[in-house]
Design a protein around this ligand. Structure first.
Ligand SMILES: [Mn+2]
Length: 259
């Protein structure tokens, strides 16, 4: 069994290059002989998701890729992030994707691994946690989904601008995970935590557990692969990945954890 992990792709109509990279990547996974395999999306797949009824062409391109994954027998799992918490039942059914709880534990070669988006650990950022609590309320979500599309698009834009403005004034450290919060949630339960959200790709090791932080997709794309007794985190620049010169389409291994 091979398991793949991605997060923080932030796909939108403004980044058709990243959508193309996702198409390439999923095509590659479908052609791969390493079956069976699973793909885990750990949040912020979309830059701003406003409801299952919003289906512009770029979303249909993504739908087609999920259909390919399903027919290649690659099971796909999804944990919502802070930008795509409005992904709903219609999207999951339409794309044969399984919704997972905020924190999900998998077992792989006798190793317990916790998967999460990771923003729940950013508790030093109080304003962010208030925002998070608000947008995850079912009542708030229902209210938003009842708005006309144009209004939802405007709201999504406003939330993005607010988040940018808020982040600009913040100290770097408070936007990272709080290590005590991580330890409390993980230690003694699992040997490895895999999350995204912070856009700080890294492999942190303590004597109790390891923590792999997935890279966000921007100039580079990132993919973690869990196979046998190792997890490997690789990256490649979007330009090289989409290039028609095979010689420069080389992934670089950044982190490797074996057990
Ligand atoms: Mn996030």
């Amino acid at each position: 069994m091979t398991r793949y992990f991605i997060s923080d792709l932030h796909l939108s109509d403004k980044r058709l290059d990243l959508i193309q990279a996702f198409v390439y990547l999923t095509d590659q996974l479908c052609q791969c002989q390493e079956q069976p395999s699973e793909l885990y999306i750990l949040g912020d797949f979309f830059e701003a998701y406003i409801g299952d009824d919003y289906q512009p062409d770029w979303i249909k391109i993504l739908d087609a890729q999920f259909a390919k994954l399903a027919s290649a027998n690659i099971a796909t799992y999804f944990i919502a992030g802070n930008r795509d918490f409005l992904v709903g039942d219609d999207w999951f059914k339409r794309n044969c994707v399984t919704a997972l709880a905020e924190q999900h534990i998998i077992h792989h070669n006798e190793q317990a691994i916790m998967l999460t988006h990771g923003d729940e650990y950013c508790i030093d950022d109080q304003a962010y946690q208030e925002f998070r609590a608000m947008v995850r309320q079912p009542a708030w979500q229902e209210q938003v989904l009842a708005m006309p599309l144009a209004q939802r698009l405007a709201l999504a834009q406003k939330l993005r601008d607010d988040s940018k403005n808020m982040s600009a004034d913040k100290q770097d450290a408070i936007m990272d995970v709080n290590s005590s919060a991580v330890e409390e949630s993980v230690a003694g339960k699992v040997a490895l935590l895999v999350h995204g959200h912070t856009h700080r790709p890294a492999l942190h090791k303590t004597d109790k557990f390891s923590r792999l932080v997935l890279g966000d997709w921007d100039k580079n794309i990132w993919l973690a692969t869990l196979k046998n007794r190792s997890i490997e985190h690789r990256t490649i620049s979007v330009n090289s990945y989409l290039s028609d010169q095979p010689s420069i389409r080389e992934w670089q291994r950044i982190h490797l954890l074996t057990w």
